[in-house]
Design a protein around this ligand. Structure first.
Ligand code: PRP
Ligand code: URA
Length: 215
């Protein structure tokens, strides 16, 4: 690439359990209760895969059999940052595996006509500059919301971020990679395209409405 600037990595986490569960939430016959449960289960499976590189340290412990040196997490500071509303549907899944993570919230909505994102709320842990962040949102469509969220986080000092989405459109992946080449993106699926009204196809419809039973 020109100037040697490297792109953020884009990874599809297509574990069979993730693919199976994604099919469940894509199905329009799936109601709010199951949608909520399964979205969190997918988030949990994704985080299990994404955290393979968490640093470990040696610790001396004593088992009933005697002293031994074993591994434990080094205590890296983490935070999960849901993009409201729909990102809330992934938080419990992440906290299931990383219960001590702090949670920052960023509120964004997409204008249904222009598809432009609008920020309405930001509340982050004070030491956001020292934390590795998992930004979570089920849908990466045009990429406008994710890009604005990442801008807002960088403005507040965040340095290390990963974007974790359930379903990504090629357009959204490209937009985030171009605007934020330092942010790696993880998706459960790379879907075909965006429709004329900015929805992901085949997608799963409006994630916020399906999670919260609105519309
Ligand atoms: C959805 C989704 C993303 C955004 C993706 O949120 O949760 O945040 O759209 O679209 P984009 O990539 O084109 O920006 P929405 O604006 O519907 O708000 P909600 O989560 O409150 O339902
Ligand atoms: N937001 C959603 O909730 N679904 C889409 O398909 C695109 C944006």
């Amino acid at each position: 690439m020109k100037g040697g600037k490297s792109m953020g990595k884009f990874t599809v986490l297509n574990h069979p359990l993730i693919q199976h569960k994604l099919t469940i939430i894509r199905d329009k016959a799936t109601g709010t209760k199951v949608f909520r449960e399964v979205a969190n289960e997918i988030a949990e499976l994704m985080v299990y895969e994404i955290t393979r590189d968490l640093p470990l340290v040696d610790v001396e412990i004593e088992t009933p059999m005697g002293k031994t040196v074993q591994k434990q997490l080094s205590g890296k500071k983490l935070a999960v940052v849901p993009i409201l509303r729909a990102g809330l549907g992934m938080v419990d899944g992440v906290l299931q595996l990383i219960p001590a993570a702090k949670v920052g919230h960023i509120g964004m909505y997409r204008d249904e006509q222009t598809l432009e994102p609008h920020e309405y709320f930001v509340k982050m842990p004070p030491d956001i500059d020292q934390r590795d962040l998992f930004i979570v949102d089920p849908m990466l469509a045009t990429g406008g919301s994710a890009n604005m969220a990442i801008d807002a986080l960088k403005k507040r000092g965040a340095k290390n971020m990963r974007l974790v989405v359930l379903v990504a459109a090629p357009e959204g992946v490209k937009a985030v990679q171009e605007a934020h080449p330092d942010v790696d993106i993880y998706a459960a699926s790379l879907d075909e395209k965006l429709t004329d009204n900015g929805y992901i196809f085949p997608g799963l419809g409006d994630a916020g409405d399906r999670l919260f039973g609105t519309k």
